[in-house]
Write a new protein. Structure first.
Lengths: 267, 305
């Protein structure tokens, strides 16, 4: 297993696209809480200080912070999914996957290597998200009691599942198309196109559950939109078991499809 | 030289829909041989090798490496390049070979060894995409040699190279062959196979139509001669002898003919002399591989019709 991971790392370390996309993503991740701090300070300074409000750091409050930030981070996952598409599709457009099989890698090992890469990246990004939430939470949250801090930490594993799902879906597109450029375009385009049937089901036919079954939506529902709460005073504040089931189902489905594409097709 | 079999295929077949890329291929390659796979483009050379190397799924049939193994570990002991050198273009030679070394589970020190072997050590830190075609081809051979394999498989290794590049690659191949390694060389160039290989087979339309030793083609059963006499009586003379088969009469009465086995140009000359006939032209031609190849293709065609 370490050998397969090492092979994947040797393929990534000198790769420019990996560092560019990864850095972009990490910068955006950190910019989100920082911008929120500046923005809320500015709002307080210019409008609310006159009415006696000193701080509006509700967004950073434990335990809401887990949901608030992972929800926003999700919208930037496409950067990392593109990275996965490039990484996997390139192996076929350059024929390096073919050469590696000739050199003695089995198809199964190739598949496992890619899964290790996806899993490691998802784990790393999840850890960064968790650390950011903790740091900014302790800096700005009005409550810092351990019980409250940890009460909604379930959104962190939910974020991990969301990443794993989206990366597996990206891998599926890459294995199907085998071209980096078109692969990325299809990935992004699909993200937009899914909004159409989703809107029809959700708002037109009011079949919310069907809308939740579409692949892109399937993992986003794990982390419900936390912001209506500030206006409507109601929202999901935990991961729903049924949503978890749908996500795990999709993860299993993409795993199966990806394995099938690697084992069956000519390299 | 041991005579154990390195690769044996049994009725190996690959169909792409209606197209029969390879049909019932039965090949056997002996250890220590330099084996040429000869055939026009599209005759199934790369498809056959691709199946034996696990990248193309056979429609039916089977293959065995070293007498029995079929799993992927066996490929670590094989160095192979199919069609063209394949590396990550933006990575340096060294970075590329690190991946190969990790896949084949060999020590990193082998990277420098093979880079020196193919004369690319000084350019090890240059990106692959900056290499000339000849250098790319050399790096591919180096990469194939990294696990010090028992068998080296090269598919059209001199394709698209200039004469100097071709000479370099052939030099490297012959050096490797001298070390007793089995080399399989797929090529559409007859001359290349004749210069490098000691055994060869011919593929056509996905079928194996001939397998034999290259040396056999030099003294095949039939020898071809050209002879002519000053008085123009050569043709009558030739028709009297039943071991002579006249092929054609060339310019100025020169006759091209096949001699049955056991008869040589020397013998022909002796008989002519005893009958008072003097040759003013006598050439014994050993059949070149090219003629053999064309003859094989011709025979195959007649078989079909």
């Amino acid at each position: 297993m370490m050998r397969l991971l090492r092979i994947e790392l040797l393929k990534l370390a000198p790769a420019k696209y990996f560092w560019i996309l990864m850095m972009m993503f990490l910068v955006i991740m950190m910019a989100i809480p920082v911008t929120t701090v500046f923005l809320s300070d500015w709002i307080v300074d210019s409008f609310l200080s006159e009415v006696g409000v000193e701080q509006i750091n509700v967004l950073f409050d434990f335990s809401d912070i887990w949901q608030n930030f992972t929800f926003v981070f999700q919208y930037f996952t496409v950067l990392l999914s593109s990275l996965v598409v490039i990484n996997v599709a390139q192996e076929f457009s350059l024929s390096t996957a073919r050469q590696q099989v000739i050199d003695g890698l089995s198809r199964r090992e190739f598949f496992q290597g890619k899964l290790l890469f996806i899993g490691t990246m998802a784990l790393g990004v999840t850890l960064v998200a968790a650390v950011l939430c903790l740091v900014f939470g302790y800096m700005y949250s009005s409550v810092t009691e351990m019980d409250t801090v940890l009460s909604h930490i379930q959104f962190i594993p939910a974020y991990f599942l969301h990443l794993v799902h989206d990366f597996l879906f990206a891998m599926f597109i890459a294995l199907l198309i085998r071209r980096t450029g078109i692969g990325v375009v299809v990935l992004i385009f699909y993200g937009w196109m899914e909004a159409i049937p989703e809107a029809i089901f959700r708002y037109g036919l009011k079949w919310e559950w069907v809308a939740n079954l579409l692949p892109n939506g399937a993992t986003k529902i794990l982390i419900g939109n936390p912001f209506p709460k500030f206006i409507l005073q109601q929202t999901d504040v935990s991961v729903q078991p049924i949503d978890l089931l749908i996500s795990l189902g999709y993860i299993g489905f993409w795993l199966f499809m990806n394995r099938w594409l690697i084992m069956k097709k000519d390299f | 030289m041991s005579s154990s079999i390195v690769l044996e295929t049994t009725n190996l077949t690959k169909h792409y829909g209606k197209i029969k890329a390879v049909s019932d291929m039965n090949l056997s390659i002996k250890e220590g041989s330099v084996f040429g796979i000869l055939g026009p483009n599209g005759s199934g050379k790369s498809t056959t090798l691709g199946m034996a190397l696990g990248v193309t799924k056979p429609t039916s049939g089977s293959f065995k490496w070293f007498g029995g193994e079929t799993n992927h570990h066996v490929r670590k002991q094989i160095g192979a390049i199919l069609e063209r050198p394949i590396f990550y273009p933006a990575f340096t030679a060294e970075e590329n070979l690190r991946i190969t070394a990790q896949i084949k589970q060999v020590d990193r020190s082998r990277i420098d060894d093979v880079l020196k072997l193919v004369g690319l050590y000084d350019r090890r830190s240059s990106k692959f995409k900056t290499y000339s075609l000849g250098m790319k081809q050399r790096l591919a051979i180096g990469s194939a040699m990294i696990s010090d394999p028992k068998v080296l498989i090269l598919d059209e290794p001199t394709n698209g190279l200039d004469p100097q590049g071709i000479a370099e690659i052939r030099g490297i191949i012959l050096d490797i062959a001298k070390k007793g390694k089995t080399i399989v060389l797929a090529s559409h160039l007859l001359d290349e196979v004749q210069k490098v290989c000691n055994e060869f087979c011919v593929l056509r339309n996905g079928k194996l139509i001939f397998q034999g030793a290259v040396s056999e083609t030099g003294n095949s059963a039939q020898q071809e001669v050209e002879f002519g006499t000053a008085n123009g009586k050569g043709l009558d003379f030739a028709k009297e002898l039943d071991f002579v088969e006249v092929i054609e009469v060339l310019h100025s009465g020169v006759i091209r003919a096949h001699l049955d086995s056991g008869f040589s140009a020397e013998k022909l000359n002796e008989i002519a002399h005893s009958k008072g006939l003097v040759f003013n032209h006598l050439v014994a031609r050993s059949q070149t591989l090219e003629e053999k190849f064309l003859e094989i293709l011709k025979n195959d065609e007649t078989l079909k019709s």
